[in-house]
Design a protein around this ligand. Sequence first.
Ligand code: ZN
Length: 567
Amino acid sequence: MKIISLSLALLACGWTIAAAAQSRLVADLIITHANVWTVDDTQPRAQAVAVLGDRIIAVGSNAEVENLRGPGTKVIDAGGKLLLPGFNDAHLHFVSGGLQLDSVQLNDVTRIDEFVRRIAEQVKKTPKGEWIQGGDWDETKWPGSVLPTKELIDPVTPDNPVLLSRYDGHSSLANSAALKLAGVTAQTPDPPGGTIVRDAQGNPTGDLKDAATDLVANVIPPLSHDQVMRAAKRALEHAASVGVTSVQTMDPEYAEIAAYAELLQAGELTTRIYAAPLITQVDDQVKIGIRHAFGGPYLRIGAVKAFADGSLGSRTAYFFEPLSDQPGNRGLLSDEMQPLSRMRDRMMKADAAGLQICTHAIGDQAISMILDLYSEMVKAHGDADRRFRIEHAQHMAAKDFDRFAQLNVIASVQPYHAIDDGRWAEPRIGHERASRTYAFRTFLNHGVHLAFGTDWDVAPLNPMLGLYAAVTRATLDGKNPNGWFPEQKLTVEESVRAYTMGSAYAEFQEKEKGSITRGKLADMVILSDDILPIDPAKIRDVKVLKTIVGGKIVWDTSRKPAYSTGD
Ligand SMILES: [Zn+2]
């Protein structure tokens, strides 16, 4: 707005716009003495950046940018610190992440008694009758790796139904109160795409795999408007603190999108959001007639999220060949894929309407089947700039890397999963398949677009952990200090690019963000250390000093309180 009004005023005085730009344009914000790493090949490095309104208007030397300084210009002297484009998390679950920050946290639990103790703690904070959720437990972290059962937690949860997710979201633990509310008994058959784990007598143990979780999840009352707003605000605050300026949130409830819209109107949306609701609801977006990336700079929709299979952790990722340590088990296709025509019909609708399709696919056969469907879309509806996505793309068949490139399918991957799953994946799938697992280097070699994300709340939101994971591939158990399948490591530059330009491309926004370039949105972060020359092992300790979104400082470690919605 400011540019337009200024230009009009100057035109009225008989000035040209070019003359105005050269002599009278005054920045709202300038950042000087920075080590600017632009992620823009036409000008990779700079010292300073100027911002007017929500846009970058100059990138250059300190002297060049100083020219745009006026009496009202705010100045940040970066003191030589690294300035990067803001991070864009291409795959997460934003409100779930916000909820997780205030719910029972079991991911780092390594003993069963601690598991029970933390749930008992949460019960103390929760009114009787209210559901207890959260979890992110991982049985591989405690001795014996046995799945937790309802008998374990029933004694401490007599008055609260409980449903706690495994960290990968493909298994969960329910207590007796929850199973009772859901009517799950020894007589309940396994639903398609799911398993009710049972003891020797056939009684449910409380452990539910994939679609079986829905039996219980479906009886949980929806979050109140207040709960959603609180979680969204908590998530925004956390995103700002770790330098995430854009997110692509997968399978949100419509109530979440409504919360973002409300926050946007109130001027409180400090992270840019692209939302991809479930493909099972594709008719809604088709009816409205919107297309991919519809919306404004802070909030967009126009994508759909589909599920092809489960996860490796829950042994439900769908493979061509059985798991190496479980001969009869090739995994499970999701209920959306049974029968396949169901998925095809929904995808055809989405594609015909110009919506972007993002499909969760982890096992090699699930990925292959989705690529088949994507090529059917191209045959049916002709060439277009679709930017199909496969979310996770974890275990690739050798033949499919080329197909990814040919169909211009984006590999939307989460490097942190590699150093997490790398602890136990190899015995489960064998060396040969593991060599094509989280195969980021092979994707780049084939010219495939990579977009980085975290899958928060499945993994931490902090982008430094993702960069660390992609660059080192050092598994969390410390057993692969030189990298698990080190030939798949990326450089710091490649990793930052996948987390900025790569993610921007994945949401059709590469002309608007993803690099520090004149004309783009002023989304930037100042880091405590230069991540290029340091020992890669130290990248995970690097902190975000300032986060700037649309020219506004939304996180500043030098200011108390540290978080503010504007500046
Ligand atoms: Zn996800």
